[in-house]
Design a protein around this ligand. Structure first.
Ligand SMILES: Nc1ncnc2c1ncn2[C@@H]1O[C@H](COP(=O)(O)OP(=O)(O)OP(=O)(O)O)[C@@H](O)[C@H]1O
Ligand SMILES: [Mg+2]
Length: 372
């Protein structure tokens, strides 16, 4: 039985010339944790992972696996397994030989190698495929071999860089669950790079959202989804509507914001909206998720609703996606997730509706980001 080790990343930096690919990143990964590095292309995910693996040296900072400082230790002496996006299998070797390779490198005894390769093959459900060459396997099977090869020497830490990036959606979702199940069963610590937010939400205990070489926010999936610290994180995780609004003031019913000439709404969600800069008329960005907006026929929405016209209605099985133009606003329509059911009216293009935003689900940000 493997056991995970903690990973400490402290003030890690990687400079290329004058540019910082990774800029003073610190993360404490707990033993047995599944941590994802999520971010757009070029945000520094691979560079950070390569420094943890030892394939690149940081310009500054410290990396520890368990209690050991590995900052300057060679990759093969770090006791971390690595899976890459492209199947980095040896094409001339059979599946068995590929999986045995890390054990041969470590001079493990012949009989032990056979037994451990059998176990690793069973672990990724490829018992019958040991004698094939990589070219005779599907993409998903090749990636399972790569996982088996990375885990066969029982490393306490497994690093994966977009391991499912080359696979189609169904296979990706199936392998996400397989990898997560395996990780929980083995207790191994995983640091997993992806730019797919759904994948990160599905698999992770915590997600570190990266932007421009820095950590924009780190937290549990529900924490990032429910309490995004900036418009960047709000937009990157899940679908979010943004509206430019004006600050009017505070009252007992919450923070008052103007959405259009005709409508003012209250935000009851706790905001630090006391700053001196927050004066009457100050522009803010309001953010709200599609599932926190409800739509009723015109006239049924109550006093806090605002008027709108349905621009598009799309049925997606479990619910409808409505695009609604808010009365008096000329910006992009609001995306609303409305439940679908036999007794619920289905809206169509042109319908006049009352739109109600859940006042506890509206996030307010300053014009240039940051929580107000
Ligand atoms: N060897 C290098 N020399 C110079 N700049 C580099 C080098 N490697 C990476 N970079 C730069 O560092 C930044 C981070 O790159 P990195 O590969 O870590 O991004 P990433 O988040 O993994 O992106 P992707 O999702 O596209 O894989 C990018 O701006 C990239 O151009
Ligand atoms: Mg990358």
């Amino acid at each position: 039985m493997m056991k995970g080790e903690s990973v400490s990343i402290r003030d890690i930096e990687k400079r290329y010339g004058s540019a910082n690919a990774v800029n003073r990143v610190s993360i404490e990964v707990a033993a047995g944790e599944f941590l994802s590095l999520l971010g757009p292309s070029g945000s520094g995910k691979t560079t950070l992972l390569m420094m943890i693996a030892g394939f690149q040296l940081p310009t500054a900072g410290l990396i520890k696996v368990g209690a050991t400082d590995v900052t300057h230790v060679a990759p093969n002496r770090r006791n971390v397994g690595m899976v890459f996006q492209k199947y980095a299998l040896f094409p001339h070797m059979s599946v068995r030989e590929n999986i045995a390779f890390p054990l041969r490198m470590r001079k493990v005894h012949r009989q032990d190698i056979d037994r451990r390769v059998d176990e690793a093959l069973a672990m990724v459900r490829l018992d019958a495929y040991g004698d094939r060459k990589p070219v005779q396997l599907s993409g998903g099977q090749q990636q399972r071999v790569a996982v088996a090869r990375a885990l066969v020497f029982e490393p306490p830490v497994l690093l994966m860089d977009e391991p499912l990036g080359a696979l189609d959606k169904n296979l990706r979702e199936q392998l996400q669950i397989e990898i997560k199940t395996l990780q929980q069963r083995l207790g191994v610590t995983v640091i997993y790079v992806t730019h797919d937010q759904e994948e990160a939400l599905t698999m992770s205990d915590r997600i570190a959202v990266m932007n421009g070489g820095q950590i924009a926010q780190i937290g549990s999936p529900s924490n990032l989804y429910g309490q995004p610290a900036s418009p960047f994180v709000a937009a990157f995780i899940g679908k979010m509507n943004f509206l430019s609004v004006e600050y009017l003031g505070r009252s007992e019913s919450g923070t008052q914001i103007r959405v259009s000439d005709r409508s003012t709404i209250s935000v009851t969600r706790e905001t630090a909206a006391h700053g001196p800069a927050l004066t009457y008329g100050r522009p803010l960005r309001a953010a709200i998720r599609p599932e926190s907006i409800s739509v009723l026929q015109k006239g049924l929405g109550g006093p806090t609703s605002i008027r709108g016209i349905v621009e598009t209605s799309i049925y997606v099985g479990s619910h409808h996606i409505l695009l609604v133009n808010i009365d008096g606003r000329s910006d992009a329509p609001l995306q609303v997730q409305a439940p679908a059911g036999q007794n619920l009216p289905a809206f169509t293009r042109g319908d006049a509706v009352d739109v109600t935003m859940d006042s506890d689900a509206i996030h307010l940000f300053g014009e240039n980001g940051g929580v107000q």
